[in-house]
Structure formats: structure tokens, C-alpha cells
Ligand binder design. Structure first.
Ligand code: F6R
Length: 612
């Protein structure tokens, strides 16, 4: 949510900032801007809209400078506009700042500043914080670093900020709490960004800045301090990512690339962990903490959005295989109610970005209460990964399309392996079922590949229904969360209203929506209750609803009941969600592009939701 990037060093900064902003655009695309410092003068440019609009507006402008900061915004305080775009400049015009996060007590601070005669040119909390810093500097006659430290002790909320000042031509000062910051270490140069994607082509050595830390960054010096002004030794890690992973690689959109990457991302997730022939699952995060997991009285799963849907699938699987009670919570609800968390409870946190504010704060709360946190995270080194007591990465690679696709199947693969491993240790699964599921899981990448080979079919179906104003998605058992996920994907990528329901629950209300204009997507792969979902299809057909079904290759009955169907390979009901979700991802993609929507950056959304 908002992308920030900074550079100080011998190169011209603007091309680095611009490229970095393009890489970070998935984090927000309401407006963007850049501040360059050259010969003691600040040049600030900003523009409503996508980074390409800023780029155009910059043609012919003075973009010289070896130090710069840039920002791509997802609006919180103040509508998307030129004046609310970052960087903001302080009242005396000498400091420029960019910010990712929310300053919650900005209103009180603003009141004080207004009384002192400050005026504001934007509606943002960022400008309030900036003038607060300027005011502290003036009153205390101190350095900007000292003023920032004092200011940060008084603000509440979340931030990652970068600031530069005219009198300090080589230095970027950065601080973080709750919003990510990575610093890339080059030879006589430093790169700062919300994630490693703007940095990767220049250096693989990075430092992840922690909450409540300040970084004073010069071309050849990086000083980390805490808010108490004590120095901290930077911990340098090596990035395990290559440039190809963050480029489109010939696909029209990142979303399509990421959907088509799933055979390999699921394979990478299973690789070195799943040994079907030997009947083994080796996952250090699980093996080293198996006592915690098998002795859990209860597992609570905390997540948001698509990750929450993965949690719902996991609830069904863990209860079935491990016989441990599971509750799945929206992180945003969990953190504000008064949940009963007992020592020894296991919390599974699921997050692609590892930075989702609601999930992060929910975990902090659970940890304070003595819960054991197991993180299922995609982004390596992210805040949720670091706060967890143990965990397993999904190894899906960078996910850039705003709609989560490959991260979801990575989450499912990890959660299934986790359930199988716990069940095996608990002896709550028979040897036969265990080996059969290991075999099924091993075959998933090639079955996903087979589905993708038929993507043209789903494209044709999508074309047919693209003008519908509403969709209903229905599924039972393990496929009920996939119905929710199908509806969410369609909403966010095509702006068509869609709802997901357990198939039988449809009779308790949503059936009133059914008429000849309503497409109803049934996720109807075979399971022990298959004939129940067939009856639900009959009920929709009787009311003239249009049935689109995701069915197994041998399911003639469902096919006959459907107006359109998409066949997928047969697998166990537990591994079925890994397959059934793929055509739904494709359908939302094709409907979205046929309506001319920028599916990688749909309106109002951002990839990494670092504000509540
Ligand atoms: C939907 C989507 C969101 C995220 C949600 C949680 O396609 O991407 O619903 O799943 O914002 O994000 P993470 O998984 O990063 O915590």
C-alpha cells in the first residue's frame, strides 16, 4: 500500500526512481511523484494517476540529481489528486518527504500546527507529520534526524518514511513502523524501497529495517539507530530473487503470467518437502515444532481476503485429517474483538505479502497472549514471517498482479502438507490415505498444466457471460471456499457483482436472485456428496438460471445439466481446490480484459494492505 523508493550515490537518481516506481506500482497507483536534490535545490514533481502519467509529465523537466525519493500512492487521507500526491514539502520548502502508512493522531497535531500559523497545501496526514517535524526542528534548534526522532515518539499509526533536506545533499533519512523498508547496499551507493523489486538489478545485499528503527543513509554509509538514538548493527542478507521473476516475460499481464506459472510455483513449493515414494514430508518449520502442533488444543487461522479463503480450506482439511478444532478468523475482526487465546493455542497466519496490517497486529496481540504463531507467508523476510515463531514459505515467487493467484495455490499446498504432517505424527490418518494424498499432491503440478492447456475453453465461456451484472458461485465442502474465492476474483478484476455461497445454503435466500439472466458457477468436482450438488444444479435449472460448471472429466450428469462446463482432471477431494480454483482465476482474467480493465491494477485496490 503505497510504494516508496530512494537512491543516493554517484548515478543519476531519476531513472532509478522511475523504474523503481514502475516495479512498485502494484502497491498503489492513484498518483506518483519524485523529489530530486541537486546543487542544494529541491525539485519536486507529482501527478495524479499512474506512474506512466508522471513519466510523461516529466518530459523536458530538470531531472538531474544524485539523490532522490519517489512515491506511488494508494490514497488514505485525501482524494487522489496532484496536490495530495507525494512527495510533500515542508512549510519552509526545505524538506521533502514520502510516507507509506497512516498517522492516526494527525488531527490533533494539525490543530496545534494551525494555531501556530502553519497552512497546508494538501489533505494528507503526511504533510501534517512533515510540518510537525519542521516545527520541532525550529523549536529545538536540532538536526532533522533529532526532530524526526522526537516526532515519531509522539505519533501513533503506521509509517515508512523517507525524507531529504536541502542542507543535507547526500543523505536520506528513513524510518519505519508497520510498513516495510528494504535498503540495498551497493558500492558507494544505497537504494531504499518498500520491497526488493526496485533494488534487485543493482545489488543482492540488503538490510531489512525493523519497526522503530531509523536509517541515516549516505552513498557510502548506512547508520541504523533505534528511537533512543542508539546505533544498531545492520544485518545484511542476500536476496534470493532474480530479475525475470518480476518481469512480465512475454505475457500481456502479470496476472496471466502468474496464473500460468502455477505448475512451476506449486512444484517449487513441494520440492524438497514432499517425498511421495518414501512417504515423507520434510518441512523444518513443522518438524522442529511438531510437539506444539500435535498438542494444540485448538488452531486459529488468521488472514485476510484470498489468504482467508486458503484458511477456510485448511480448516476443513486439518479438522478432517488431524482432528484438531480449527477456527478461521478475519484478522481485522480478530484484532478488535476480545478473542479467547489460551497459552498453547496455535495461530496459523496466512499472508502473501507478509505485511498486511490487520494480520500483523492480530499476531502481535496473539503473541502477547502466549500463542504459538506459525506463518504461511510468500514474501521472504517480511514482517509476518519475522514475527512468527515458526513457519513455511510458499515459495511462489514475487506476485505482482493485484489479484492473488499463484500465492493462493502455494498457500494451499503448504497447508495440505502441514495437515498431512501433523496427522501422520498424531496417527490420526491411516497409512493408506496418507500415501494416497502424497501421491495426489505430487501430481498436482501436471494436472494444473493440463487445465491451463485448455484455457481457450474458459476464454470462450468468459466471453459469453461477460455482460452479466451479477454472478453466483456455489460449492460444497472443500470447494465452498473456492466459490468464495471465485466470486472475490471476479469482483476485483471485472467489477461485476458476485457472491459465493455453500451450494445448499443457496436455498435460504440467494435463490431469490435466480432468473434467466443470472450465471451460476457450480464448482462440482466429485466427492462423497456429489449427488447433493447435482440436486442444487437441478434447482437452479428449474428456475432458468444459467449454469456454468467446473466438473470432472467423467461427470456426464453435471455436464448435461450445465449450459457451459469446464472439465478438470480427477483428484482427491482434499487436493481438488488446487485445481478447481484455476479455471475461476482464468475466468475472472478473461472477463476483466474483455471489459478493458487493467487487471493488474484494478481500481481502488492495492497489493499490500499496510493500513487498517
Ligand atoms: C485478493 C487479494 C487480497 C489479499 C489480501 C491479503 O486477490 O489479493 O484479498 O489476499 O489483501 O493479503 P496478504 O495475503 O498479502 O496478507
Amino acid at each position: 500500500m503505497c510504494g516508496i523508493v530512494g537512491y543516493t550515490g554517484p548515478r543519476q537518481a531519476y531513472p532509478i526512481i522511475l523504474k523503481g516506481l514502475k516495479r512498485l506500482e502494484y502497491r498503489g497507483y492513484d498518483s506518483s511523484g519524485v523529489a530530486l536534490l541537486h546543487e542544494g535545490k529541491l525539485n519536486v514533481y507529482k501527478k495524479k494517476g499512474k506512474v506512466s502519467e508522471l513519466e510523461e509529465a516529466m518530459i523536458g523537466k530538470d531531472v538531474v540529481g544524485h539523490l532522490a525519493i519517489g512515491h506511488t500512492r494508494w490514497a488514505t487521507h485525501g482524494e487522489p489528486s496532484d496536490r495530495n500526491a507525494h512527495p510533500h514539502t515542508s512549510a519552509n520548502g526545505k524538506i521533502a518527504m514520502i510516507h507509506n502508512g497512516i498517522i492516526e493522531n494527525y488531527a490533533l497535531i494539525k490543530q496545534d500546527l494551525l494555531k501556530k500559523g502553519y497552512t497546508f497545501t494538501s489533505d494528507t496526514d503526511t504533510e501534517v507529520l512533515l510540518n510537525f517535524i519542521e516545527d520541532i526542528q525550529k523549536n529545538n534548534d536540532c538536526t532533522i534526524e533529532e526532530a524526526l526522532r522526537i516526532a515519531l515518539k509522539r505519533v501513533t499509526g503506521a509509517y515508512c518514511i523517507l525524507l531529504i533536506e536541502e542542507s543535507n545533499p547526500e543523505t536520506i533519512i528513513a524510518a519505519r513502523k508497520g510498513s516495510p523498508l528494504v535498503i540495498g547496499i551497493g558500492k558507494g551507493e544505497h537504494f531504499l524501497a518498500s520491497d526488493a523489486s526496485p533494488i534487485i538489478e543493482y545489488t543482492k545485499e540488503v538490510v531489512y529495517v525493523n519497526d522503530y528503527e531509523l536509517a541515516i543513509v549516505k552513498p557510502d554509509e548506512l547508520i541504523l539507530k533505534n528511537l533512543g538514538n542508539e546505533k544498531i548493527t545492520p544485518y545484511i542478507t542476500k536476496l534470493d530473487m532474480d530479475l525475470a521473476a518480476i518481469e512480465k516475460g512475454g505475457y500481456e499481464h502479470f496476472m496471466l503470467k502468474e496464473i500460468f506459472e502455477q505448475p512451476s510455483t506449486i512444484f517449487d513449493c513441494l520440492r524438497g518437502r514432499l517425498y511421495a515414494k518414501e512417504g515423507l514430508i520434510k518441512m523444518s518449520g513443522i518438524d522442529e515444532n511438531i510437539e506444539h502442533l500435535i498438542n494444540a488444543n485448538r488452531i486459529m487461522i488468521v488472514a485476510c481476503g484470498t489468504s482467508w479463503h486458503a484458511g477456510l480450506v485448511a480448516e476443513y482439511i486439518i479438522e478432517e485429517l488431524c482432528r484438531i478444532p480449527v477456527e478461521v478468523e478475519y484478522a481485522s475482526e480478530f484484532r478488535y474483538r476480545n478473542p479467547i487465546i489460551n497459552k498453547g493455542d496455535v495461530i496459523i497466519a496466512i499472508s502473501q505479502s507478509g505485511e498486511t496490517a490487520d494480520t500483523l497486529v492480530a499476531l502481535e496481540k496473539a503473541k502477547e497472549n502466549g500463542a504459538f504463531i506459525f506463518g504461511v507467508v510468500n514474501a521472504v523476510g517480511s514482517s509476518i514471517a519475522r514475527i512468527s515463531n515458526a513457519g513455511a514459505y510458499t515459495h511462489s515467487g514475487p506476485e505482482i498482479g493485484v489479484a492473488s493467484t499463484k500465492a493462493f495455490t502455494g498457500q494451499l499446498a503448504v497447508l495440505i502438507m502441514m495437515a498431512l504432517s501433523i496427522a501422520k505424527h498424531k496417527k490420526s490418518i491411516s497409512d493408506e490415505r496418507y500415501s494416497s494424498l502424497l501421491n495426489e499432491l505430487e501430481q498436482i503440478p501436471e494436472k494444473v498444466e493440463a487445465i491451463l492447456k485448455n484455457s481457450e475453453n474458459i476464454k470462450e465461456i468468459s466471453e459469453k457471460y461477460k455482460n452479466a451484472s451479477d454472478f453466483l458461485f456455489l460449492g460444497r465442502g472443500y470447494n465452498f471456499p473456492i466459490a468464495l474465492e471465485g466470486a472475490l476474483k471476479l469482483k476485483e478484476i471485472s467489477y461485476i457483482h458476485a457472491e459465493g455461497y455453500p451450494a445448499a445454503e443457496m436455498k435460504h435466500g440467494p435463490i431469490a436472485l435466480v432468473d434467466e439472466n443470472l450465471p451460476v458457477v457450480f464448482i462440482a468436482t466429485k466427492d462423497p456428496y456429489h449427488e447433493k450438488i447435482v440436486s442444487n444444479m437441478q434447482e437452479i435449472k428449474a428456475r432458468k438460471g444459467k449454469i456454468i460448471s467446473i466438473v470432472n472429466e467423467d461427470d456426464m450428469i453435471s455436464r448435461e445439466l450445465s449450459n457451459d462446463f469446464f472439465s478438470i482432471p480427477i483428484t482427491d477431494e482434499i487436493t481438488a481446490p488446487l485445481l478447481t480454483v484455476i479455471p475461476l482465476q482464468l475466468m475472472s482474467y478473461y472477463v476483466g480484459i474483455s471489459k478493458g480493465i487493467d487487471v493488474d491494477k484494478p481500481r481502488n485496490l492495492a497489493k499490500s494492505v499496510t493500513v487498517e
